[in-house]
Each structure stands twice: as structure tokens, then as C-alpha cells.
Design a protein around this ligand. Structure first.
Ligand SMILES: Cc1cc2nc3c(=O)[nH]c(=O)nc-3n(C[C@H](O)[C@H](O)[C@H](O)COP(=O)(O)OP(=O)(O)OC[C@H]3O[C@@H](n4cnc5c(N)ncnc54)[C@H](O)[C@@H]3O)c2cc1C
Ligand code: FES
Length: 292
């Protein structure tokens, strides 16, 4: 089945490899940090859902860069110059990164991936699990007319309403929820332990929030989080006939289409499937096309 929610375009030709100074670096939730880097080449060009491969220079452990979604971009008053990333301390790279300080440098390669291109939707429902909100925030701002992205600026149709549903293990994991509220999103939270919002998973939250039904003709879903969660959200959307785009977070080694570590099984128009490289043909795919 052909995807109508993503462009399968390789963006590596227009990506930049830069050394970027860390401007700010703050802990924003449990084991979660927000880092701003000075990288005008990447920041000015990035569109919602794209990512950059980041690496700590002059280190061999870890040797390979890691992908992080571009959370948002900011101007210095003259032009778009800074890119923010929010990351969960997880393994070797993110542990080492959490010790970096403003003034230190990173190497960054981006923007990479296809990014979101959702057709018009009166009501956009963003669904995040864990640290998956990072791929969705710029999309919310763009569709609510709060920011424009890309070079030249792209101009997607505005959404009348953006609902943001976010599930996490417990209340301490939510980072910068205020950003989504400030952008104008209707925010709903769920925690597994019930410490904030609906007690249960983000799918339980969707069940509660849309208990009265959801208008499949005017609604689209964009989703990012752990794979089982995205599979469950895809099933939820499919059962209601709501188009859904997912941002896959497959592990990546090169980020530019060479190594094939990032492949996902994506259905073809003839009903079969083939491996697609998430880094260049994704990370955004039509959920209907993903073989979970
Ligand atoms: C397009 C994209 C965007 C991303 N954006 C963000 C972001 O904004 N914020 C953020 O915190 N993370 C993000 N990630 C995930 C992040 O890149 C990985 O978690 C990365 O591996 C962390 O590096 P690390 O060295 O700290 O952990 P690693 O040492 O690489 O990993 C530790 C353990 O986790 C496993 N692992 C690694 N990656 C994954 C994965 N994707 N799924 C399941 N298991 C995995 C490894 O096999 C290993 O066992 C993104 C991933 C992709 C592909
Ligand atoms: S990460 Fe190397 S091909 Fe995708």
C-alpha cells in the first residue's frame, strides 16, 4: 500500500556535517535532558520529524553517532540558528552526553530522514509514548501556525485542533509538557502507575479521550514511541479508520543509508513487504504499511 503520510525521499544529499557548540544543557525530567546546539545549517533546514546523528568528538566510545529527533529550532534574532534535542539517558552515548557542558562541542549530521508530511487534517492527534514526544512537538507548532520550518519554509495546511496524548511510566518522566500547552495543544497524560492523568497506557488514554467516537474523515494521527506502543496505536487507529503515521525509532549505525542496520518491514502496493531503511526512507511511515 502506498504511503500517503510520508515522502520517501532521501535527504542525505542536503544534510550538513558540522561541529556545533552546546549553548545550554538542562535536566528537564527524570533521566531526561534538553540540549541546545548552535548549528544554523541544520536548524534552518529541519522540518518536523527529521533527526540528526550526534556524536561526541574526539571519543571512540561510543564510536558511532546516535540519532535524536530535532525537537524544535530557534532564531538568534537574525535567522534560525539553534536546534534543541531532548533525550533520555539510556546507554553509552546518552550517559556520556549528559556530562557535557555549555561551551563543549558535538559533531552533528543532519537534518536527516523524511519528516512528517501529513495531508490536511482538521483535527491532528499526536500520540507519544516515553521519549516519543520529541518527534512530535515541531509538528504541533507547525500545524497550529506557531512556527514555520524548512528552507524555503514549507506551508502545510493548518489544523483546527491538535490533541496531544502522552503516556509514560510515571509522572516524573514527563519533560516540558508546558511546551505543548504553550503551543495550543489539548494535552492529555497517562501513567502506568496512575501518578498523573489516566492510569494505564496511552491506548487506554485514547479509549477514554475518544469514548464518544472519533471522526475518521477529519482526523489524522501522528505517533512516536516504543515499537509495541506504536503497533498498539496503529491497531487502534486502523479499527476506527483513522489514518496514522508513525515515526520508527529503529537503532541506526550510519544514518545515511549505507549500513542497513535500521531496516523495517514495510508493505508494498502488491501486498508483499520488503525491508526499508528507516534512516533514508523513514523514519515516518504510514502505519498501515508497517509489518509490526
Ligand atoms: C529517528 C530517531 C530519533 C530518535 N530520537 C530520540 C530522541 O529524540 N530522544 C531520545 O532519547 N532517543 C531518541 N532516539 C533513540 C536513541 O537514538 C537510542 O536510544 C540510542 O541508542 C541511544 O544511544 P545510547 O548510546 O545512549 O544507547 P545504546 O547504547 O545505543 O543502547 C542501549 C541499549 O538499547 C538498545 N537500543 C538502542 N536503540 C534502540 C531502539 N531504538 N529501540 C530499542 N532498543 C534500542 C541497544 O540494543 C542497547 O541494548 C531516536 C532514534 C531514532 C531512530
Ligand atoms: S542507519 Fe545505516 S542504512 Fe540506515
Amino acid at each position: 500500500m502506498a504511503s500517503d503520510t510520508s515522502e520517501t525521499i532521501c535527504h542525505t544529499d542536503s544534510a550538513h556535517h558540522v561541529r556545533a557548540r552546546i549553548v545550554s544543557h538542562d535536566q528537564v525530567a527524570e533521566a531526561t535532558w534538553r540540549i541546545r546546539i548552535d548549528c544554523p545549517e541544520i536548524a534552518a533546514q529541519a522540518v518536523p520529524g527529521q533527526f540528526a546523528m550526534l556524536r561526541i568528538p574526539d571519543r571512540t566510545d561510543p564510536l558511532l553517532a546516535r540519532p535524536l529527533a530535532v525537537y524544535d529550532t530557534f532564531s538568534d534574532g537574525v535567522g534560525i540558528r539553534y536546534a534543541d534535542f531532548i533525550y533520555l539517558v539510556h546507554g553509552r552515548f546518552t550517559t556520556a552526553l549528559s556530562a557535557a557542558r555549555p561551551g563543549d562541542e558535538l559533531t552533528a549530521w543532519g537534518p536527516l530522514g523524511n519528516g512528517f508530511w501529513l495531508p490536511p487534517a482538521e483535527h491532528l492527534v499526536l500520540v507519544a509514548g516515553g521519549i516519543g514526544q520529541t518527534a512530535l512537538f515541531a509538528l504541533a507548532r507547525e500545524r497550529l501556525g506557531k512556527a514555520r520550518y524548512g528552507l524555503p519554509h514549507r506551508d502545510p495546511p493548518a489544523a483546527r485542533q491538535v490533541t496531544f496524548c502522552w503516556g509514560a511510566r510515571h509522572a516524573g518522566m514527563f519533560a516540558d509538557v508546558k511546551d505543548f500547552r504553550g503551543a495550543g495543544c489539548d494535552v492529555h497524560l497517562a501513567t502506568l502507575d496512575g501518578s498523573k492523568g489516566t492510569k494505564g497506557t496511552v491506548v487506554d488514554l485514547l479509549d477514554t479521550r475518544f469514548a464518544g467516537g472519533i471522526d475518521a474523515a477529519t482526523t489524522r494521527i501522528a505517533c512516536c514511541g516504543p515499537e509495541p506502543m506504536m503497533a498498539a496505536v496503529s491497531r487502534w487507529a486502523h479499527a476506527r479508520g483513522v489514518p496514522c503515521a508513525v515515526s520508527l525509532e529503529t537503532p541506526m549505525a550510519c544514518g545515511i543509508g549505507i549500513c542497513f542496520t535500521c531496516v523495517a518491514r514495510i508493505r508494498d502496493a502488491d501486498g508483499g513487504w520488503d525491508y526499508r531503511r528507516t534512516c533514508v526512507e523513514g523514519p515516518i511511515f504510514d502505519a498501515e504499511c508497517v509489518e509490526w
